[in-house]
Design a protein around this ligand. Structure first.
Ligand code: TXA
Ligand code: MG
Length: 352
């Protein structure tokens, strides 16, 4: 299969291009498209054949359901069995935006779309291209992140092509995504609502609206948890991994930098090419590191989130064997960044 690449404007997407892409979706095809978080790989959520092809293209385990994307709140009423009052408040406040809500599902949703669960994950993305595509396709669009299963999520169309060129029909290229980590997954079937995956909508912002919000243990774990504790199926699987081995060093900043320098020397002597993922505040403190990259300022968690997946992929392109990453503060989007980093490391975490 040849994958078409179509450039589209972020602000006013070319309607001709959107029409071509929607035509593919309607015919059971697969189109990757930008959202505000990461690129998604879209298929008609109500068509079992299309969604099966989606799993196949991504090599995704069948027990891990995608998120269903809508362009109007009214669609949620068709997809969910019931909508709690709190969910209405959240939709009003945070949609379109990086917040996925879990509802009891309605019978019109094919089993494969929800991996056989009795719940469904739904969100409305804050991106003109995504919204235009959903509108024009005239169906809700199931879209997991547009990477091969286990790889870092794509924040550029080039990342999508690196993983899926030849496996999907088309990519809509609207440049880099803005948020950089995936949406927050919030389970509305439990009370208080529970964060299953931290993401682009912060815990603090949700607490401000809801008062009480639970954090699922797997969302904040610093070690692998038994599978039965993983309420979000995605948590079970290896994820966000570049080819290089990843180690995260957490603790007081000066001690972290010293430990990373010591580890870099150690791996360097073993003949390994070492990459260090640091921050603007610490970058001057490292000398003689093979590949040194800053995530951004530790005070600006949005920038840390925006750069994370791109930098993990860049280390691979520069043939790094070991990536040693500084832990970052878990406020704001830092919680999502730490969740992704720890999982990319397979929970290889050194505390100093
Ligand atoms: O920002 C995002 O959420 C991106 C863009 C493309 O919208 N999408 C994304 O999708 O990250 P995906 O499929 O890579 O991640 C979906 C997450 C997985 O962790 C999955 O286990 C969880 O949502 N999920 C989906 N349906 C669920 C359900 N019914 N109950 C619990 N978790 C669910
Ligand atoms: Mg994903």
């Amino acid at each position: 299969m040849k994958t078409a690449v179509w450039h589209v404007d972020v602000i006013s997407p070319d309607s001709e291009v959107i029409r071509k892409a929607a035509k593919i979706i309607k015919k059971c095809g697969l189109v990757a498209f930008p959202t505000e978080t990461v690129y998604g790989l879209g298929a008609d959520a109500l068509n079992a054949e299309a969604v099966s092809a989606l799993f196949e293209a991504k090599k995704r385990p069948l027990d891990n359901p995608p998120i269903v994307h809508v362009s109007k709140c009214i669609t949620v009423e068709r997809l969910a069995k019931s909508i709690p009052t709190k969910a209405h408040t959240l939709m009003e406040k945070f949609w379109p935006g990086p917040l996925t809500l879990i509802f009891k599902r309605s019978p019109i949703v094919p089993d494969v779309t929800v991996a056989g669960l009795n719940t469904i994950a739904i969100r409305m993305p804050r991106h003109n291209v995504a919204l235009a595509l959903i509108e024009e396709s005239a169906c809700p669009i199931a879209a997991p992140s547009a990477n091969l299963a286990g790889r870092p999520s794509p924040t550029y169309a080039s990342h999508v092509l690196a993983d899926l060129d030849g496996r999907i029909d088309a990519v809509l290229d609207a440049g880099s995504t803005n948020v950089g980590v995936e949406s927050t997954v919030l389970d509305m079937t439990s009370d208080p609502p529970e964060i299953l995956r931290p993401g682009g909508t912060s815990y603090e912002a949700l607490v401000e609206i809801l008062g009480r919000v639970k954090l699922n243990p797997a969302a904040v774990a610093d070690h692998a948890l038994p599978v039965e504790k993983a309420r979000s199926p995605g948590i079970k699987h290896k994820h966000y991994s570049p080819d290089a081995e990843v180690i995260v060093v957490e603790g007081e900043l000066e001690a972290v930098v010293n430990k990373i320098i010591a580890l870099a020397v150690f791996y360097g002597e073993e003949g390994k090419r070492v990459g260090v993922l640091c921050s603007d505040e610490t970058i001057e403190g490292y000398a003689g590191i093979d590949v040194l990259k800053s995530l951004g300022s530790r005070k600006d968690s949005a920038s840390l989130a925006r750069n994370l997946f791109r930098l993990l992929r860049e280390f691979d392109e520069e043939d790094v064997d070991v990536i040693i990453a500084e832990g970052v503060p878990s406020e704001g989007l830092g919680l999502a960044v730490m969740n992704r980093l720890r999982r990319a490391a397979g929970y290889r975490i050194i505390k100093v």
